[in-house]
Design a protein around this ligand. Structure first.
Ligand code: ZN
Length: 554
């Protein structure tokens, strides 16, 4: 009797405690809807960056300046993310960043697009009826639903997987020209990165018509640009590694991030910015330990820029998260003696490096065979032996090799060089590809609402969407801007006129509409009508995904 009374009293108290704030919140909500606290979002993605990269970079930084015990990211580390594809536990950049941007797990190579079903291997069930549907992203939601300014800052070429995941849709990440076109027509305000070769006269003309100032290999021009819409592209493809760049000609990731924030933060409605340290992944694929560390430290400076802005601004959410791990880096590879290995022996071998392995490959290929030793010794600071020279002679693509083709191995030159150099250090790589470890998560939220603990990719997306006021709003946006043309134009005369280029003509009693994939306009009775979103044509199911509102124009 006594005991049940206590339980009753506790339940009553709990009930009051639980329900009291809810009632309060309700009455508050009636009076005045709470304004969205977060105005700006900066998502920073170090591509292919394992937790061990932080450890190696932190020691490397500390060893050179013992006042620098911590990385810029360190105070903000708050959790882990389980990252993978819809049908495989080891992810690829395209589906993993897609998941952060759209909330949907997807298949390898897919760029913010619903996966085709893989009944045998799907980790969670997928809906075959939705295969190939483009999925609205955080960037698109910010721009279309909230009128925010948008930006992408990368060191790869701008239609590469991670930036494309923010502002393009397709089932093949390698369709760079198509993805570049979508990014241009998706009206991104600020793009800074590599890839002048992906801009042609038509795209230049479109950027110009929107008042975008395009700077090609012109850091001085970009730096002093005052407009709200600026694109700055360096190199025909990806930008040089941080260790190899000429600081007068090519900006650092931190400088590009500073410029993007300075430009985007003029937007009254706020902004969405994605910054990618793209080449941590490239260096990890190449097993280039010096490249990995210096690319990460360049990324870490950009994290510092974003965090400084966010702390001052007070309305900015910053999320830092790799898309997956690459290379399987470890600090240490000894079977014994690892516990007495001094810091000096771990880090000293890295101190003489001046360039990435990619730079060394290019230098070796453009010099005679007798310059292998001086080139590698100068670029790495490590002793190069006759046995090393012999291994390089055997590389499959070493253009100055004195050996016949048939005498060569099938190992590529950059792989041979990185194996030679890594063997002289106490670092080790387990793979040249991606590995399936969880990734770290760091964040700054002005009100302290941090994503703690382990998140799945869709959960991390949901967290960002909620904080920025896009919760439950991207699915309806997807339905409205990426509807199937067969549904939108049901009952009308529809003809796909060019399957390869993705062109279609729709006729009603009154109007004729010409539609083309990968752009954000239609031609209605000969007149160009701009759209808020890009039209995506998928040849695999012969479907155009386009706005439902087009029906009203017919
Ligand atoms: Zn990769």
């Amino acid at each position: 009797m006594k005991r049940s009374f206590v339980i009753f009293a506790v339940c009553l108290l709990c009930g009051i405690l639980v329900s009291a704030p809810a009632v309060q919140a309700k009455s508050k909500a009636k009076k005045q809807p709470e304004p969205a606290q977060i105005k700006n979002v900066i998502v920073l993605i170090p591509d292919g960056c394992a937790p061990a990269v932080l450890s190696a970079s932190r020691w490397y930084q500390f060893y050179q300046d013992n006042s620098q015990q911590k990385l810029q990211i360190d105070p903000y580390l708050c959790g882990m993310v389980k990252t993978h594809s819809s049908n495989a536990p080891i992810g690829d950049s395209a589906p993993t960043s897609s998941t952060y941007m759209s909330g949907q797990l997807s298949r390898t190579k897919y760029i913010s697009m619903y996966p085709e079903q893989d009944p045998v291997n799907d980790i969670f069930p997928t809906d075959p009826a939705r295969a190939f549907q483009p999925l609205a992203t955080l960037l698109e939601g910010s721009r279309i639903l909230q009128n925010k300014a948008t930006g992408l800052v990368v060191t790869c070429y701008f239609p590469h997987a991670t930036p494309a995941d923010c502002a393009a849709h397709y089932y093949n990440r390698s369709a760079y020209q198509l993805l570049a076109r979508q990014i241009v027509y998706n009206n991104v305000d600020v793009v800074i990165g590599g890839g002048t070769s992906y801009i042609n006269d038509e795209l230049r003309g479109y950027l110009d018509s929107r008042g975008v100032a395009l700077y090609e290999n012109d850091w001085a021009g970009l730096k002093s640009a005052q407009g709200d819409r600026i694109w700055g592209l360096f190199s025909s493809g990806d930008m040089p590694y941080d260790a190899d760049r000429d600081p007068q000609q090519v900006p650092s990731l931190a400088e590009m991030t500073t410029k993007a924030i300075e430009t985007l933060s003029r937007s009254k409605e706020g902004f969405f910015l994605m910054v990618e340290g793209s080449k941590v992944d490239y260096a990890a694929h190449a097993n280039d330990i010096f490249g990995v560390v210096t690319e990460f430290l360049a990324f870490d400076k950009a994290v510092g820029v974003a965090m400084d802005f966010a702390r001052k601004d007070g309305q900015t959410l910053v999320v830092v998260v790799p898309d997956h791990c690459t290379g399987g880096l470890s600090l240490g590879k000894l079977n014994s003696g690892y516990d007495v290995l001094p810091l000096s022996r771990l880090i000293d071998p890295l101190l003489g490096f001046k360039h990435s392995v990619a730079w060394m490959k290019q230098a070796l290929n453009s010099a005679p065979a007798d310059s292998i030793v001086p080139i590698l010794q100068r670029a790495s600071g490590l002793p190069i032996t006759e046995a090393d020279v012999q291994r390089i002679y055997h590389a499959s693509d070493y253009s100055s090799s004195p050996l016949e083709r048939r005498e060569r191995t099938d190992l590529a030159l950059d792989r041979v060089v990185s194996e030679i150099l890594t063997a002289k250090t106490y670092f080790n790589f387990a793979a040249h590809g991606h590995v399936g470890d969880d990734v770290f998560l760091a964040a700054y939220h002005p009100a302290g609402k941090l994503p703690m603990g382990l998140h799945t990719g869709p959960e991390l997306h949901a967290y960002i969407a909620e904080q920025v006021g896009l919760k439950d709003r991207l699915a309806p946006l997807t339905a409205s801007i990426f509807a199937r043309h067969q549904d939108v134009f049901a009952g009308l005369d529809v003809e796909i006129t060019d399957d390869r280029a993705g062109k279609m003509v729709v006729k009603s009693d009154k109007h004729t509409m010409e539609i083309q994939g990968e752009c954000s306009y239609v031609i209605l009775d000969g007149q160009r009508k701009p759209l808020e979103s890009v039209i995506v044509y998928v040849d695999r199911n012969k479907t155009f995904y386009l706005p439902q509102e087009l029906r009203k124009m017919m």
